[in-house]
Design a protein around this ligand. Structure first.
Ligand SMILES: Nc1ncnc2c1ncn2[C@@H]1O[C@H](COP(=O)(O)OP(=O)(O)OP(=O)(O)O)[C@@H](O)[C@H]1O
Ligand SMILES: [Mg+2]
Length: 215
């Protein structure tokens, strides 16, 4: 595939959407085609699944295995209908959360195991992995303060107890150690521009040919 696939990961409020916007503008400024997308969601079917997962309309507890498979189902649709076609036509894909969110939240924080969740995602990924994943590492208190400061309603995940968020953080750290060639940790306590400067510095060596093409 000719395109470049980048994912952004980290806790709620760590700056994924902010960095996604900055990166997309930067790449578009170089004349590159950029597809920005997000998980869970990214397709009409995926948005319906996102609704089930986040708003919990049935009132029924979602079993951990069902949660993993719903995320994976949404991802399968997203990869097949959006990400793979974009990469095949040479676009850059900037995705706000991808498989590492499942690995960190369900595999690590909910305790299902990273290998189990990875296995459940194999059909969904069909071999499509990001070239680079940026983990925006923000200490827990700072992350929650940002979410509250922007006046968002806490959803199911945001109202989980602090220990859960700490486990998510620890799981991302484990993933960064496990996939050092793919996952780049960024210090998300910096200003948006400071984080973005670090992101670009890390991006250029791994994606130089694609970036030069757009010059
Ligand atoms: N580097 C930063 N320093 C300070 N504030 C920031 C920074 N980056 C983003 N913010 C602010 O923090 C809030 C959360 O940022 P953003 O929406 O980008 O995070 P997110 O990771 O996409 O969150 P979510 O997981 O809830 O979608 C926003 O109000 C944003 O303006
Ligand atoms: Mg966001």
């Amino acid at each position: 595939m000719r395109g470049v696939f980048i994912s952004l990961e980290g806790a709620e409020g760590c700056g994924k959407s902010t960095q996604s916007d900055l990166l997309a503008s930067y790449l578009r400024g170089k004349g590159l085609e950029v597809v920005t997308t997000r998980e869970p969601g990214g397709t009409p079917t995926g948005e319906m699944i996102r609704d089930i997962l986040q708003h919990h309309a049935s009132g029924e507890d979602i079993a951990p295995g069902a949660e993993v498979l719903l995320f994976a189902a949404s991802r399968a649709q997203h990869v097949a209908n959006v990400i793979r076609p974009a990469l095949e036509r040479g676009a850059w894909v900037v995705c706000d959360r991808f498989v590492d969110s499942s690995l960190a939240y369900q595999g690590g924080a909910r305790g299902l195991g990273i290998d189990t969740v990875l296995a459940a995602n194999e059909i969904a990924l069909a071999g499509v992995w990001p070239e680079v994943t940026f983990w925006l590492d923000l200490p827990l208190e700072a992350a929650l303060a940002r979410v509250v400061a922007r006046g968002a309603h806490p959803d199911r995940f945001e109202s989980e107890e602090t220990a859960f968020h700490q486990r998510v953080h620890d799981a991302y750290a484990d993933l960064a150690a496990r996939f050092p060639e793919r996952i780049v940790r960024l210090d998300a306590r910096k200003s948006p521009d400071g984080v973005f400067a670090d992101l670009l510095e890390a991006l250029e060596p791994c994606c130089e040919p694609g970036l030069e093409e757009g010059l």
